[in-house]
Design a protein around this ligand. Structure first.
Ligand SMILES: [Zn+2]
Ligand SMILES: [Zn+2]
Length: 133
C-alpha cells in the first residue's frame, strides 16, 4: 500500500494528489527557488512527475514558465495559490507548507526535511541539526 497525500489550493478549486515516496524532502537555499517563489528558501517535497496529479479542477490551473529558468509554477487562476512547481529535471515540487496547511498544520514525519541543499547560497542562516550541503 503506497502512501497518498492530498492538498488543495486556498479556494479549494484545485485538488492535488501525491503518491508514493518523494525523491527529496529538504530545504533548498538556491537562488532559482528564491526567484521563482519569492521565499528565502524552499521547503521542498520533490516527486517524479507521474506521482503528482491534479485530481480536481485542472481547468483552473495556470502554468507559468519563469522567463530565465527551466522552471514553472502551477497556480490556481482564482486564488493564486501555487500548488506545485517544476524544476529542470521535470520533477514536481510541492511545498511542505502547503501539505502541512492542508493536513491540520501537521507535516507527515516522513516528509520532513532531512537536509539543507545549496546552503552556501543561503540568504538566511538556519540554526538546526539538519545536515547542510
Ligand atoms: Zn484556488
Ligand atoms: Zn532550489
Amino acid at each position: 500500500m503506497s502512501n497518498q497525500y492530498k492538498v488543495h489550493c486556498d479556494c479549494n478549486e484545485i485538488e492535488l494528489e501525491m503518491t508514493g515516496t518523494p525523491r527529496v524532502h529538504a530545504f533548498c537555499h538556491c537562488e532559482d527557488c528564491r526567484a521563482l517563489l519569492d521565499v528565502p528558501y524552499h521547503s521542498v517535497t520533490a516527486w517524479d512527475a507521474e506521482n503528482v496529479t491534479i485530481t480536481r479542477g485542472e481547468d483552473n490551473a495556470t502554468v507559468y514558465k519563469y522567463p530565465t529558468l527551466e522552471m514553472t509554477r502551477v497556480f490556481c487562476k482564482h486564488c493564486g495559490e501555487t500548488v506545485y512547481n517544476t524544476n529542470a529535471m521535470g520533477w514536481r515540487l510541492v511545498s511542505q507548507l502547503l501539505i502541512s496547511k492542508c493536513n491540520n498544520d501537521e507535516l507527515p514525519s516522513e516528509l520532513k526535511s532531512n537536509a539543507h541543499f545549496f546552503y552556501d547560497r543561503r540568504i538566511v542562516d538556519i540554526d538546526d541539526q539538519i545536515p547542510k550541503s
